[in-house]
Design a protein around this ligand. Structure first.
Ligand SMILES: Cc1cc2nc3c(=O)[nH]c(=O)nc-3n(C[C@H](O)[C@H](O)[C@H](O)COP(=O)(O)OP(=O)(O)OC[C@H]3O[C@@H](n4cnc5c(N)ncnc54)[C@H](O)[C@@H]3O)c2cc1C
Length: 434
């Protein structure tokens, strides 16, 4: 069938062929039908699961929980299951998965394809750390392969963060964690400036289960940008449990964009007053803040938003921020949202993993933002940073090749060796030169 797809928060629709297989037999028949790309919930900020030249293989019918081993704390499930569905299932067993991106309508297949991070990548790393084993349909060989840390190890590694280019992941075994409480004590600590946030994160990094910084960057001055450092720890005494309710909020229904310097300043002021306290909240509200803040996305209007996320190595942050300060002054961008997290890990392939500070900026999709984003790529590259390919809709092959260097070449070569002429392609993979 023909469908119109757009990226999360985007406005441009792409007309694509799509298919909704019901079974493995349906999937196996796909082989002879040209270029393909697997699709989870299609809620990426980038065109990762569709392309005008490929058929999107929508995995939403593969949504069963196959087995839960309560002793070993291993759950086996099909990859079309969403994080929200899994959260509610595990709630009944006093368990959860420790690495979850901030939106519940994201499929497990999408979490693997993008090797996502959760609220504390510094401590927990990436999604790969909870993946025990996968079943991958290799359409070239028309075979189902078992991938784990002993069998088909190269393909296992390539598939984690492989943006759908190694085949269709049918099911997965994930490690889950037992927890005492589904409540989080959330605290907000005052941050005086961007520089202060960096120092503060370093000081508290081993003290909390989860933490991140929110910064008000409307001043475009890193010295005069206050914010809040949010911390979260399980509130073990609180025992109630609430099923999460969620619906897809991928919705730019407002005609106009409501964000400008004044409205963002006002919204940020209200946010600071409302959030500057200690409170006990449901775990789902902490993990998935977007659920109760649909209005945030709607206010971007028809033109939508663009997110830019990158890691700057710890040792380069001072020099990077000095230059960022100059760039902000020169270009005066409109940064709607800015957050900082800490990351730990070694770079490999195209995974978003490196020791350093992860900075995320949201912008309105307009000429002014695009100009600033492009200038910022140069700084990120100069200071040995990497852009997150699953978040950044504008980054091109030239920049990615420079930022990822040998890791990019290795990924590309191994993918092509393994696939012997790929049958998988998305607008994202084409844009970044794969
Ligand atoms: C509001 C919001 C908050 C977010 N927060 C975070 C965050 O905190 N951390 C983070 O890391 N990310 C975050 N993301 C990004 C998100 O986690 C990823 O883009 C994720 O991949 C989306 O999952 P999806 O099911 O929508 O996947 P899709 O967009 O459908 O696909 C993503 C990729 O995975 C591949 N894929 C999907 N299913 C399969 C399968 N069965 N087999 C093989 N490949 C497959 C696709 O081909 C594609 O390349 C956020 C996104 C949103 C919208």
């Amino acid at each position: 069938m023909q469908e119109y797809f757009k990226r999360f928060g985007g406005s441009e629709f792409v007309s694509c062929k799509s298919i909704y297989p019901q079974s493995i037999i349906n999937l196996k028949k796909l082989e002879k039908k040209g270029l393909l790309i697997p699709r989870g919930e299609g809620n990426s900020y980038v065109e990762a699961s569709f392309s005008d030249g490929s058929k999107s293989v929508n995995m939403s019918n593969f949504n069963k929980i196959i087995n839960f081993d309560k002793e070993r704390l291993i759950i086996e499930l099909e990859t079309g299951v969403t994080l929200g569905k899994l959260y509610n299932f595990l709630l009944a067993h006093d368990c959860y998965i420790s690495i979850q991106p901030g939106y519940p309508i994201i499929s497990i297949g999408g979490c693997i394809g993008a090797n996502v991070h959760g609220k504390n990548p510094y401590k927990d790393g990436l999604f790969e750390n909870i993946v025990e084993e996968m079943k991958l349909l290799d359409l070239k060989k028309n075979k189902i392969l078992i991938l784990n840390r002993k069998k088909n190890t190269t393909l296992f590694d390539l598939t984690l963060g492989g943006i759908g280019l190694t085949g269709i992941i049918l099911s997965v075994k994930l490690k889950v964690k037992k927890i005492e409480s589904f409540y989080i004590e959330k605290n907000a600590l005052q941050v005086k400036s961007f520089f202060h946030a960096i120092d503060f994160l370093n000081k508290i990094k081993d003290d909390y289960e989860m933490f991140y910084v929110w910064i008000d960057l409307t001043t475009n001055n890193l010295e005069k940008s206050d914010g809040l450092l949010f911390t979260g720890d399980f509130k073990e005494e609180k025992k109630e449990k609430n099923l999460m309710t969620f619906k897809n909020q991928r919705n730019n229904d407002f005609k106009f964009n409501f964000y400008n310097k004044f409205s963002i300043k006002l919204i940020n002021k209200v946010f600071k007053v409302k959030e500057n306290n200690k409170k006990v909240i449901d775990l789902s509200s902490f993990l998935f803040p977007a659920v109760n803040n649909n209005i945030y996305f709607m206010l971007f209007g028809k033109s939508g938003l663009v997110e830019q996320q990158f890691i700057i190595p710890f040792g380069n942050i001072d020099k990077f921020l000095k230059n960022l300060q100059l760039l902000l002054k020169k270009e005066n961008p409109l940064i709607v949202l800015a957050t900082i997290k800490l990351f730990k890990g070694t770079q490999k392939y195209l995974n978003f993993r490196k020791n350093g500070y992860c900075i995320t900026f949201d912008y309105c999709y307009d000429k002014r933002s695009i100009k600033f984003i492009k200038s910022l790529y140069k700084l990120i590259t100069e200071y040995d940073g990497i852009s997150n390919i699953i978040k950044d809709d504008l980054v091109k092959d030239k920049t990615i090749k420079k930022q990822y260097g040998k890791h990019f070449n290795e990924f590309k070569k191994k993918i092509s060796d393994h696939m012997s002429g790929s049958i998988y392609s998305s607008n994202l993979s084409k844009r970044i030169g794969l």
